[in-house]
Design a protein around this ligand. Sequence first.
Ligand code: NAI
Ligand code: MG
Length: 352
Amino acid sequence: MKKLKISVIPGDGIGKEVVPETLRVLDTLADLHGGVTFQYENHPWSCEYYLEHSVMMPDDGMARLHQTDAIYLGAVGNPKLVPDHVSLWGLLIKIRRECEQVINIRPAQYIEGVKSPLAEPNHFDFVVVRENSEGEYSEVGGRIHSGDDEIAIQNAIFTRKATERTIRYAFDLAQKRRGRVTSATKSNGIVHSMPFWDQVFHEVGHDWPTIETETNHIDALAAFLVSKPQHFDVIVASNLFGDILTDLGASIMGSIGIAPAANINLNGKYPSMFEPVHGSAPDIIGTGTANPIGQLWTAQMMLDHLGLEELGQLLLRAIKETIGEGIKTRDLGGTANTKEVVDHIIEKLRLY
Ligand code: NAI
Ligand code: MG
């Protein structure tokens, strides 16, 4: 029997509602498999925890996370109790950085039964691979002088190491999918870092001769995601470009309540973290209307990462069939509550 240890951080708001519900699904999947069990280490780290302890996680928090196989997170943030920059930097961003989760992946897919804002969504199905450790989001720079003479300088950092590993990850992924990688660039306007990015993309591409490659400027690419999203398979992008494209991806899916994300550690030293795209949704806490699909799809990415792809596929099938049958929460135009959606998915899994 394979035992997998999972750090569970429900966090705040609807994180505390969807995470426990979705653990029931993971347990059902483990039962179906027969050869695996999930051992959860539950952590109450959240804004409420902060009010009591003045920190978002205890001193030995990181060490405890390091001893587990994956981190399964709900959402962090309750601006009424703790300012967002304190809660996010004290937990979410701290984990991303200290666990060296250098790549962020977000799939976007048209789902039958979810109303996309696109008139013709054409069954799009793509994944954005985003550099998650450097690029435009660097702390290098500063401000000097004041008034009319004021100067602000923000430096973007592009290392060969980080650029190459991100692009390699994208090619690897495309190999397992439909075999196309699109690189997001802006080498016509950003004249040092982006030509460098393009060069690395070109060089790395030689190692995958069967993969089709293309390079699009970020502005055109953003427009193409609206006009022909079905064209894309894997999109690789810098930190800033990836950030923008992934929000666009989640939005054309039709609801932020269904979009998943993963923060991947590549060196094997620390666990990766799986979290939905949505936040703690303070406006719907306690109403029972939180959509559990984003969290569940996130669980599917975690299963994939842990080498349990078959279980992940079963889960995705159950999710899609449940939505297709109209068992949906309010954000998708349905009337089911969180628990009813999860119950339905579990029933389906038991029948497979
Ligand atoms: P949000 O994603 O929490 O909510 C935006 C809107 O989408 C709200 O109307 C909400 O009701 C709805 N929504 C979100 N998830 C849903 C779900 N599963 N089912 C149904 N409806 C859903 O973003 P917002 O309001 O900007 O942020 C709230 C808090 O969450 C803030 O403290 C923010 O910093 C934090 N946050 C945390 C994230 C994380 O932990 N990764 C990501 C985004 C925001
Ligand atoms: Mg964003």
